[in-house]
Design a protein around this ligand. Sequence first.
Ligand code: HEC
Length: 273
Amino acid sequence: MELTKIKNRIIALTILSTLLISCGGVPEEKSAVALEEKTFSVEEVLEMVAKENDVTRTLYTKAIVGKGKKQGMKFDEDWRKDDIEAGPLPALFLRGVATSIRKGPVPLGLYLGSDFPVNAANKFEGKQAELFSQIKKDQKPQFFYDEDQKLHTAMFADLASAGACVSCHNEHPQTAKSDWKLGDVMGATTWQYPKDSLTYKETVAVLNSYAKGTVDIYMEYLDEIEAFKESEKPEIGSKWPEEGNYLPTAEVFLDSVRKLASYETMKQLVASK
Ligand code: HEC
């Protein structure tokens, strides 16, 4: 399972969606040109990538961490340490995606924060703290232009969607709050981008940088497993932890994300305004 193969696949999927679009009944050339010329507001794009993130995060939390724990797999905040044989917690998976995006050429920022964080470094401040209290009330996304950083900023509710979110946070020794309930707004993902409108190409680049980030951190997890000395290594292939001591390859994982998310994203990419 080489990274190049997966990257090619991401590109192939992008081309495939472009092709699907150009077969939509309109004369091919005209449609392709129309697509190239299409622009999206930064709000629309951040909403699309946030949706992809929701699917990825839920899939990782439920199908990998939740089911994996039942198979005896371990997930830990110190998963990168040599003497700890574990995978990344959901929040650290997300941070891994953010780190990968930051290293790449796309100027997309991603951050997970809260008003009662486990890690004090994740506490919202200033304008984001203000808007987060609104998100807690109505769970609606918030958009604003951050004058200091000169970045368009979007915030989306991060919900306690699984029992594991609640129990782990409530019981954590560093927690700032120990009565989280299922369905609570536990935090928000903050996304930032410097421009207020994006071409179709820039939009696809944003989506691809997110997908590549997912693959990067997932591959790091698989590498970590490769180095396990004490723990039993799960078999990595096409099966999921639900079926036993298995983990999907990065490609299988990404495929599932794509199946769950890309239809919605694609509809938005091709919708005419
Ligand atoms: C097994 C433990 C565990 C599970 C499960 C877990 N978290 Fe966390 N979460 C943590 C830890 C530890 C951190 C702090 C990570 C860091 O150092 O930034 C964190 C960070 C966060 C943050 C950033 C603010 C903060 O508290 O530092 C949010 C928001 C969050 N988690 C929400 C969730 C949601 C929603 C789920 C379920 C979908 C979830 N968590 C599942 C342990 C967990």
